[in-house]
Design a protein around this ligand. Structure first.
Ligand SMILES: [Zn+2]
Length: 304
């Protein structure tokens, strides 16, 4: 009896040591079994990022927190990888930030105890162009009268009410695709001057298209807005779920109405020069959970 009590723990220790040495290349076993990577591998402010995670065991669900945002992960059965599309706001300072992961083990593995993991990522500063473009915009956009001021405030309220929404269900899947096959006339993050006044950074991507060019949905989604606003002109916003929105500005014509469900490539409107625009062009923007991200970088991501 006494002999068993002393040998049993020793046997277990030996076993654990053997298991430990089997994975000897890695530090603690619990940390080594998680594989977490980011695409692109270099994270910068203003950019979207795809996180891909292989946890050490089967999970029912995986959730993350990143830069104060809740990030739900989806499971890709083909690669047996969990993935989440997230972003780094333009205002995020360069530094080291943690992606905190919480996994819910599969129900078969009783007792269900959450597993946690944390992985640090370095965020570098992106180089966005500082082009001092002197654009001549009508005075009504820089010095509005009281009636125009009222319309501006109405527009601001609509954007406040709609553009920060997070629909939990994912509608997007696979690549985001360009809304038009045309040259880029202005990139995300550039700084412009209107009538001598420096404006905030350009928070979208401009396509050089003549008026009347069909504008295609960048991914599957639901039409959140399709209405005219003061600055945006005829304005379409698609909700792709999980806090992802794409915005299409200055349209000459709507081809969808609010509440419509669209597939990637569906024509949502025709381009134009309505609202604050120096001429016909297509301005598209991407929002993730209330923050603008670079559409060009989103288009470059290879998504599951
Ligand atoms: Zn623009």
């Amino acid at each position: 009896m006494n002999r068993w009590l002393t040998t049993l723990p020793r046997t277990r220790t030996t076993f654990l040591l053997l298991v430990g040495s089997f994975f000897s290349a890695a530090p603690p076993a619990f940390a080594a079994n998680w594989a977490v990577r980011a695409q692109p591998t270099r994270l910068v402010n203003g950019a979207p990022v795809l996180f891909q995670v292989k946890p050490p065991q089967r999970l029912e669900s995986l959730n993350g927190t990143w830069l104060g945002h809740e990030v739900p992960f989806n499971f890709d059965a083909t690669s047996k990888t969990w993935f989440a599309l997230a972003g780094v706001s333009l205002e995020t300072a360069p530094g080291i930030y943690s992606l905190e992961l919480t996994g819910e083990p599969s129900a078969s593995k009783a007792p269900s105890k959450k597993i946690l993991f944390s992985r640090k990522f370095t965020v570098a500063r992106a180089k966005y162009p500082k082009i001092q473009v002197k654009l001549n915009v009508e005075g009504k956009f820089t010095e509005p009268n009281p009636e125009q001021q009222k319309q501006i405030e109405e527009g601001q309220q609509v954007k406040k009410d709609y553009l920060n929404r997070v629909t939990p269900e994912r509608e997007w899947s696979g690549q985001f695709t360009a809304p038009a096959n045309a040259a880029i006339s202005d990139v995300f993050g550039s700084q412009r001057i209107f009538n001598g006044k420096t404006e905030s950074p350009h928070l979208g991507l401009d396509f050089r298209v003549p008026s009347g060019t069909p504008v295609a949905a960048m991914n599957d989604g639901t039409v959140l807005l399709a209405r005219p606003l003061y600055f945006e002109g005829n304005f379409v916003v698609l909700d792709h779920g999980q806090g992802w929105l794409t915005l299409y500005l200055h349209l000459s014509e709507f081809k969808v109405k609010e509440g419509d469900q669209v597939k990637r490539g569906h024509i949502v409107g025709l381009s134009g020069g309505t609202g604050r625009a120096t001429g016909p062009h297509l301005h598209v923007a991407v929002r993730w959970q209330g923050t603008y991200l670079d559409p060009a970088r989103l288009l470059r991501l290879r998504l599951p």
